[in-house]
Design a protein around this ligand. Structure first.
Ligand code: SF4
Length: 278
């Protein structure tokens, strides 16, 4: 028979699994570990600052540095707390948006570096980040008009031998059914949203400047989605990871039903017969 402590640990593990699923836990766990590392660095700086052999100005400098680090740590800790509470209770906590932003932007690169140390696949960490982001976005009560929603898709969804240049004008697609681009155009027409086919971050940013969306549904690989979500500032982004059966950036595909569900999440009128602002 197994010792009670092992049973208790197993029960705790099952409980945690139920509360925060594994894919979200990778990101939250690594983010928390990053903050712990920063805490250790803070303790080291504090120790150096209090060393009596330091000059007065050395101590002032080190204590100033420790103060800045401590401030960042406290804010990031609130941010992680906010993410966990949002995931647990599916409620948007507006007051913690700032701390969550700090936690993600400052400590995410550290979390990725820690992942490398522990040999965790980088795409798994990024995928976990996208899942947490999507969960946070879905906790908001957003009901928008179709023209306020932008669907950003990568041009690698286009069949590689298609001669039509859809990045300059998506309507150059002849809707032959050879790839999912025609399905995305059907979605655009059905719901009245904006669509942009991007070759990279520069073109994606251009679409954002041009359309001024209030929300974005972005299709991309883990790497591009992660940087896109971080770049998007206050615009909520629902990320949909593309499938790459032929390797990266070549004849990629997507499940259109997943994209449609993400589009519908943002819409005030989800029937596909859009209501226009007065
Ligand atoms: S649906 Fe046909 S025409 Fe349109 S981008 Fe794909 S292959 Fe080209």
């Amino acid at each position: 028979m197994l010792p009670v402590s092992v049973h208790a640990r197993r029960r705790l593990k099952v409980k945690i699994n139920q509360l925060i699923p594994v894919r979200k836990r990778i990101f939250i766990g690594l983010l928390s570990a990053s903050i712990l590392c920063a805490g250790l660095i803070l303790a080291g700086i504090w120790h150096l600052a209090l060393n009596p052999h330091r000059t007065f100005w050395d101590q002032v400098l080190l204590l100033g540095l420790a103060g800045i680090l401590l401030g960042g740590l406290v804010v990031a800790a609130f941010g992680i707390g906010g993410m966990v509470v949002t995931i647990l209770y599916a409620r948007d906590i507006t007051v913690l948006h700032g701390p969550m932003h700090v936690a993600i932007n400052i400590f995410f690169p550290v979390a990725l570096a820690l992942g490398r140390v522990f040999n965790i696949d980088q795409d798994r960490i990024k995928s976990s980040f996208i899942e947490v982001n999507n969960y946070l976005v879905r906790s908001k009560a957003l009901k928008l008009f179709p023209e306020q929603v932008l669907l950003l898709a990568p041009h690698c969804l286009q069949k590689s031998n298609c001669p039509h240049k859809i990045t300059t004008d998506v309507d150059n697609c002849q809707r032959c059914g050879g790839c999912v681009v025609c399905d995305l155009l059907d979605l655009r027409d059905r719901y009245g949203i904006k669509v942009g086919m991007a070759t990279g971050g520069t073109l994606a940013r251009k679409y954002v400047r041009e359309y001024h969306p209030r929300a974005i549904v972005a299709i991309a690989c883990e790497r591009d989605l992660t940087s896109g979500i971080q770049d998007s500032d206050s615009i909520p982004v629902l990320g949909v990871t593309n499938e790459r059966p032929f390797g990266p950036c070549f004849n990629t595909c997507i499940r259109v039903s997943v994209v449609e569900e993400a589009v519908r999440f943002f819409l005030k009128d989800q029937t596909g017969w859009p209501e226009r602002p007065g």
